[in-house]
Write a protein that binds this ligand. Structure first.
Ligand SMILES: NC(=O)c1ccc[n+]([C@@H]2O[C@H](COP(=O)([O-])OP(=O)(O)OC[C@H]3O[C@@H](n4cnc5c(N)ncnc54)[C@H](O)[C@@H]3O)[C@@H](O)[C@H]2O)c1
Length: 376
């Protein structure tokens, strides 16, 4: 089995590659990434977390020949959160929707059998007090969420005739990765606890947010890559996660405080309402993928994050200004004139240098601040 993994040099990619190398050892993994965050690491990546072949390319330039010979595509490449979608709305549409649709169409024409798409529970938008099922009305509130809805719709139109599509509507990711991101709610709380000895919430802590551990995401993707059309149909769009991980923000903060030895949590009772509050029903995922259900607990996730980040987050560090915040990295690369306004590289990149010779951090330390550091 030959699998193309787009966006494999992001937060989730290394964890998925490692998981697939273990669970589908005969698979040949080919990564394709433009490399926005290539040097933004939090740990030495083990050899298992790299694909067998790495391609450096922009998804928007993908050609029919690039899909030849693949059995499956795991599509992760995207501008992958709301703050990036807000700042780069047009690019979000180009990459997350238009190029994603083209990738899938080319994949089908090339005879690819399985297409797995990393969608998002953010397609549901507002909390109206009900658990969101796959039948719930979609209410995408952001450019990012709209791009996910658009791509799901186009994938629905392509599925069939031997082309099996699985759109996994993931909850917000958390957990450690060799390319860990700190613009995600639980990861931010752990980094905050390590750097400042407390967790300070922007809100009153009441919004609901479904979470999923990054290793449980990998398990779901493994399922999608091997799903047969008789299990759910040629096209499946399914919430990927578990009800046990529908948390209120304050519960997450308190779990981090407890996990790190009883650190204080400061709520903001006057904090404005968070429109992205929602809870999700995962019963369809349980029915379709009973052997690929989430296994991590919140306590384990907090412990793993604090151990992993403990080596890189120093006391007093302003990690929200660091290269582990994705929007900061893109802004920094633009300030340095390495990326243009459409987030294309201005000059050929030095990809021939061995990894260790490349700078570990983007060279410009000066990056603008954003109001909200969170969300994935
Ligand atoms: N992290 C989450 O909470 C979460 C939740 C639900 C869904 N997802 C989805 O999972 C996928 C992976 O998420 P992640 O957290 O690893 O994101 P990430 O931002 O860390 O990684 C995305 C990768 O895509 C690459 N990329 C972006 N534009 C590209 C382009 N034009 N051409 C080639 N490569 C490009 C980037 O260089 C990056 O390495 C995304 O599609 C995201 O929307 C993530």
């Amino acid at each position: 089995m030959k699998i193309l993994i787009t966006g494999n040099q992001g937060y989730i990619g290394p964890v998925v590659s490692e998981h697939l190398r273990g669970t589908i050892p005969q698979a040949e993994l080919v990564g394709l990434d433009t490399g926005y965050f290539e040097n933004c690491t939090t740990a030495e990546a083990g050899p298992q977390s790299a694909p067998h072949i790495q391609l450096q390319a922009d998804l928007r330039d993908i050609q029919p020949r690039d899909l030849e010979g693949f059995d499956a595509v795991l599509h992760l490449a995207a501008l992958s959160n709301d703050p990036m979608g807000q700042r780069f709305e047009q690019v979000t549409r180009q990459v997350n929707y238009e190029a994603s649709w083209k990738l899938a169409a080319l994949a089908k024409s090339a005879g690819v059998k399985q297409f797995v798409f990393a969608s998002s529970c953010s397609v549901y938008g507002l909390d109206d007090g009900t658990l969101k099922t796959e039948q719930s009305a979609l209410n995408p509130l952001t450019a990012y969420a709209r791009s996910k809805v658009g791509t799901e719709e186009s994938l629905y139109g392509l599925a069939g005739s031997g082309f099996t599509v699985t759109a996994l509507r993931f909850a917000t990711a958390c957990g450690f990765s060799s390319r860990c991101r700190l613009d995600l709610v639980l990861n931010d709380f752990v980094a905050s606890a390590l750097s400042h000895g407390e967790i300070v919430l922007l809100s009153d802590g009441t919004p609901w947010r479904p979470l999923i551990h990054v290793r449980d995401m990998a398990r779901a993707m493994e399922w999608g890559l091997q799903r047969q059309a008789r299990n759910g149909g040629a096209f499946v769009s399914v919430n990927a996660g578990s009800e046990a991980w529908n948390y209120q923000i304050r519960e997450l903060a308190e779990a981090v405080g407890e996990g790190l030895g009883g650190l204080p949590v400061r709520l903001n009772p006057g904090g404005g309402p968070d429109k992205r509050s929602y809870r999700v029903d995962f019963s369809r995922f349980r029915a379709l993928a009973p052997r690929h259900q989430p296994q991590w607990t919140l306590t384990q996730a907090v412990r793993e994050l604090s151990q992993g980040l403990g080596g890189v987050i120093q006391r007093g560090m302003n990690f929200r200004d660091s290269y582990w915040i994705r929007l900061k990295v893109l802004a920094s690369l633009m300030d340095e004139r390495r990326l243009d306004a459409s987030l294309r590289w201005r000059a050929e990149r030095p990809s021939s240098l061995p990894h260790k010779q490349r700078p570990l951090r983007p060279e410009s330390g000066k990056v603008p601040t954003v109001d909200s550091p969170l969300e994935g």
